[in-house]
Ligand binder design. Structure first.
Ligand code: FAD
Ligand code: NAP
Length: 531
């Protein structure tokens, strides 16, 4: 088991319960994954905590008290620490231990897993719970390493508090991380300069304390809520009103009224005000225009508002959820630098040089995201049945079957892998689903006497074509997003997640019910005969 975030922890729990001997490896010094690494100011979830949490244990669900609608990073980390202790998972994990390679030995049908401490562990199965957003992207801007101030990345934030008081701070990047961090850093810093390449859409979180009676109401109907999440397209908002019809079908006033209602509620569910926002350009434009008007109404300086106003399709890059982001640009000590007008030429020992000026900074924060979905897996030297590496196999883009298995790589499972709905869902719902599917699959192999399971080439080909065809009917492919790998120079441009959680769950269930249709299962004696 590689990784000790939500996915690794649940997989360790579930597989140990099923009677397997399990060994976890975690590069970090503790559990938590995303919530261990992303300690930047303002970090919090943007799926409501009562849903962005495990459902596998009713006791855990009932006993844990979420204090805010969207819990801050420290609280989510405390929760995952609690999970690790409550279910006694820590002894199963080797911390500060990075998996460097995993090599399949066709003769014995097992994996040799080499770790940074020089050890090699033999495993029959390997589960990659390595995360979709776990490899920080630190762009190679000329002069980056010459900076003499403090250089930070949101996804690798120090454990000790960072002191911004009296400092001139620069933030590069205005995705979800930047948009969360900027208002909080602005409160503390002497001056803040925001370097923006692409403006983003953001909806207010309206975060606040979670009243005890509201939490109690959720706890009373948790089973129903979780079931609805599993039946939804995105794995959350089980309680929310269903998406309305087409945005195009309404008058301007009716549409604005519906959008105002969602805006007042806040959060990601805003995008589902209408059922065609991600499919119909005209509908998308109407919703995007509503948000643009909101930005202009908040930002006092019309020139700054213009720069902050996105033009791309709304939802194409992941929509952000903020607490006072646009308001921050009304502060006299906050400045926006539009990199489309004046790109960064270099980072210097004293700050950032754009094509227009030298900007002196004491602290420079990279909120520049991740080599998402494939980056972490591709940094491990994974070699399959024929000795081919995952890097070679995925040179033109990731190829999986169901996002769970890779042809040529037997007994290797990926949690929330490319080709699964993963980052387009509440990730905890997806993670629980994957782990349970993998656990059921392993039980099947054991009870039926199979030694190996491997995604078949044609099944993976069909699956990749299907994922692409679904993406093709959405508007997701119309901009340069990390979903497409467009944020990493040289990465193949392929839409990596699958849109639509509920149909995916049904497909996975039918594949299993059909004796793991599309996978090749090899019996133990056949495996032995091959030796
Ligand atoms: P991770 O939490 O990323 O854990 C993977 C672990 O694997 C890491 O600890 C890493 O160190 C370890 N690892 C990787 N490679 C190796 C290796 N070679 N050897 C050993 N260990 C390795 N999703 C939502 O659904 N809702 C949200 O509100 C939300 N908010 C987010 C906020 C932030 C700031 C970020 C960055 C992501 C957010 N996400 C959110 C996505 C989030 O990544 C997932 O929700 C979830 O935490 C992923 O859990 P995981 O266990 O799959 O992966
Ligand atoms: P991101 O969405 O990829 O945003 C990175 C930002 O950095 C973008 O504005 C990007 O601009 C900019 N950037 C990248 N390279 C640059 C360069 N060389 N020069 C200038 N600007 C550059 O990354 P993120 O904000 O860390 O978020 C990643 C994902 O993590 C989110 O989409 C979300 O899924 C998850 N997340 C969720 C939350 C939450 O609210 N719960 C918080 C943080 C993260 P371009 O757009 O022009 O590329």
């Amino acid at each position: 088991m590689v990784g000790a975030g939500f996915a690794g922890l649940y997989a360790l729990f579930r597989l140990r319960e099923a009677g397997w001997e399990v060994q976890g490896f975690e590069a970090g010094g503790g559990v938590g994954g995303t919530w261990y690494w992303n300690r930047y100011p303002g970090a919090r979830c943007d799926v409501a905590s009562v849903e962005y949490s495990f459902s596998f244990s009713e006791e855990l669900e009932q006993e844990w008290v979420w204090t805010e609608r969207y819990a801050p990073q420290a609280e989510i980390l405390r929760y995952l620490d609690h999970v690790a202790d409550r279910f006694d998972l820590r002894p199963l994990i080797r911390f500060d231990t990075r998996v460097e390679s995993a090599v399949f030995d066709a003769a014995s049908g097992g994996w040799d897993v080499r770790t940074s401490d020089g050890e090699v562990t033999r495993a029959r199965f390997v589960v990659m719970a390595t995360g979709c957003l776990s490899t920080a992207n630190l762009p190679d801007i000329p002069g980056r390493d010459s900076f003499e101030g403090e250089l930070l990345h949101t996804g690798r934030w120090p454990h000790d508090p960072v002191d911004f008081a009296g400092r001139r701070v620069g933030v590069i990047g205005t995705g979800s991380s930047g948009i969360q961090a900027i208002p909080v850093i602005a409160e503390e810093a002497a001056e803040l300069v925001v370097f923006q390449r692409t403006p983003n859409y953001s909806v207010p979180a309206h975060n606040g304390p979670l009243p005890t009676d509201e939490l109690a109401k959720v706890k009373a109907r948790y089973r129903d809520l979780r079931e609805k999440n599993r039946r939804s397209m995105v794995g959350f908002a089980g309680w929310a009103p269903a998406p309305g019809g087409s945005a195009v079908a309404l008058s301007n006033d009716e549409r604005d009224e519906a959008l105002e209602e969602r805006w007042a509620d806040g959060g990601l569910w805003f995008l589902s005000a209408f059922n065609d926002v991600l499919f119909n350009e005209q509908s998308n434009e109407l919703v995007a225009d509503f948000v643009r008007r909101k930005i202009r109404a908040v930002v006092a300086d019309p020139a700054v508002a213009d720069k902050l106003t996105p033009t791309q399709v709304i939802g194409c890059k992941r929509m952000c959820v903020d607490s006072g982001y646009f308001e921050t640009f009304n502060r006299p000590d906050v400045r926006l630098v539009d990199l489309r007008e004046t790109p960064i030429e270099a980072i210097t020992p004293t700050g950032v040089r754009t094509t227009a000026e030298d900007i002196a900074l004491d602290t420079l924060v990279f909120a520049t995201g991740f080599d998402a979905m494939t980056g972490t897996l591709m940094r491990i030297d994974i070699r399959g049945r024929t000795g081919i590496s995952l890097q070679e196999s995925w040179e033109a883009g990731p190829r999986t079957y169901l996002g769970l298995g890779v042809p040529g790589f037997p007994n290797l499972f990926i949690v929330t892998g490319p080709g699964s709905p993963s980052v387009l869902t509440n990730m905890v719902t997806s993670i629980e689903h994957h782990v349970e599917w993998i656990s059921d699959c392993l039980a099947h192999l054991r009870s039926e006497g199979y030694a190996t399971i491997e995604a078949a080439e044609p099944a993976a080909d069909e699956w990749v074509a299907y994922v692409n065809s679904v993406a093709g009917i959405t508007l997701y492919t119309t901009c340069n997003s990390w979903y497409l790998g467009a944020n990493i120079p040289g990465k193949p441009r392929v839409f990596m997640p699958l849109f639509g959680f509920a149909p995916y769950v049904d497909t996975c269930a039918s594949v299993a019910a059909d004796g793991y249709r599309g996978f090749t299962l090899t019996e133990a004696d056949v495996q032995e005969a091959r030796q």
